[in-house]
Design a protein around this ligand. Structure first.
Ligand SMILES: NC(=O)c1ccc[n+]([C@@H]2O[C@H](COP(=O)([O-])OP(=O)(O)OC[C@H]3O[C@@H](n4cnc5c(N)ncnc54)[C@H](O)[C@@H]3O)[C@@H](O)[C@H]2O)c1
Length: 345
């Protein structure tokens, strides 16, 4: 393990959304030595990631965690391993569910083989609220939902099962490897985490981009669905607390914000207001999302980790949409420049 005074940290999927924000927080401690690993399937090597990589205590290994050779490049001796890499997102789940199963399962098994064989400390596995989806559809689950409810897969032919199944499988694999090896582990289930640099397919940036383009009325799916959105800085704080707390070992924690459930229709109105657009919405039903209400019970994280979500939806939307405003403005400017360059050429 690491030399006295330093903490060696590995973050898989470190170029992605949560990985980037987790690294931004962890690199503030100079004694943390952080290695990111990512194959850039979704993560981006943008100016923000480059700024992190310019710090003396952050470096990246570019590689695919489903390939055994990448583990040789990682070495071992990590005090903390955050396993965030996965194929996620509705588009992938619907269009290539077999890749979702393959990458999420295989990367987790190879990582566990490497983690338990080497001289490594504690592993954190990132799971999801989607693990409750099928139980929630066919049985009455309490909402807010605590961690100890049964998890189920029902219709295995439904592509949506690929993501939930791969994450339930990941939780199982981490638990069994952890128990057998005696190495500490913790599982976190993220619930609707949002913030800057989360890509463009998530409901918040997607609605904002269409609102800015002047779509009127704005088409909004599932306006009657209720969700509890958690700002990424809150999620990152809770993630680090779960890693650092020995009382968390072997446990599963919901990570989310149970203080402020919102209707998707109301979220859309907040987004339209921030885009300075008139509030006209056309409601449509989403065919792919049968879950009407989703909210985590975060009492366990409160009791064991002392976690409390701190960023309100209004504050989080202000921070997130200011970032997207800059990003979309820059994109528009560079595509205009590109057109101009092509015309000149
Ligand atoms: N963001 C959320 O609201 C949310 C909700 C529930 C669960 N999660 C979980 O949290 C984790 C992080 O989510 P995120 O939102 O940051 O996703 P993300 O897609 O932004 O990040 C995942 C990263 O993993 C990388 N990756 C994928 N396959 C890889 C491979 N084979 N080898 C190496 N790298 C690979 C991608 O390039 C990407 O950078 C995921 O495991 C996800 O399932 C996130």
């Amino acid at each position: 393990m690491s030399q006295v005074g330093t903490r060696r940290i590995l973050i898989t999927g470190g170029a992605g959304f949560v990985g980037y924000h987790l690294t931004s927080e962890l690199c503030k401690e100079a004694t943390n030595e952080i290695v990111l690993v990512d194959n850039f399937a979704r993560g981006r090597r943008d100016a923000e990631l480059n700024a992190l990589l310019a710090k003396p205590n952050v470096r990246i290994v570019s590689g695919d965690l489903t390939r055994p050779e990448v583990y040789e490049q990682l070495g071992d001796g990590y005090d903390e391993v955050y396993h965030l890499a996965a194929v996620i997102g509705v588009k992938h789940v619907l269009e290539r569910p077999e890749a979702v199963v393959r990458v999420n399962a295989l990367s987790t098994i190879l990582l566990l083989d490497w983690f338990t064989a080497g001289n490594n400390g504690k592993l954190l596995f990132s799971s999801t609220s989607e693990a409750y989806a099928w139980t929630q559809k066919f049985h009455q689950l309490p909402i807010p939902t605590p961690e100890d409810v049964p998890l189920a897969l029902t219709d295995l032919s439904n592509p949506r099962s690929s993501y939930a199944g791969s994450k339930i499988f990941g939780e199982l694999a981490v638990t069994q490897y952890g128990q057998r090896s005696g190495k500490p582990f913790v599982i976190v289930r993220y619930h609707n985490v949002y913030g800057p640099r989360m890509g463009h397919e998530h409901v918040i940036p997607e609605l904002y981009a269409r609102a800015l383009r002047g779509e009127s009325p704005l088409v909004v799916y599932s306006t009657h669905h209720r969700r509890a959105f958690c700002y990424v800085q809150d999620a990152v704080r809770c993630t680090i607390a779960a890693m650092r707390s020995s009382a968390a070992n072997g446990k599963t924690f919901n990570i989310g914000n149970d203080r402020e459930e919102t209707l998707i229709g109301d979220l859309a109105k907040k987004i339209l207001a921030r885009a300075n657009r008139p509030q006209t919405i056309t409601a449509k039903d989403a065919v792919n999302d049968p879950i009407n209400r989703r909210c985590p019970d975060v009492s366990r994280a409160r009791n064991v980790l002392g976690f409390e979500p701190q960023v309100s939806l209004d504050q989080g939307l202000d921070l997130t949409l200011a970032w997207y405003h800059r990003e979309l403005t820059q994109q528009a400017a560079s595509s205009k420049e590109g057109r101009h360059d092509r015309q000149v050429a």
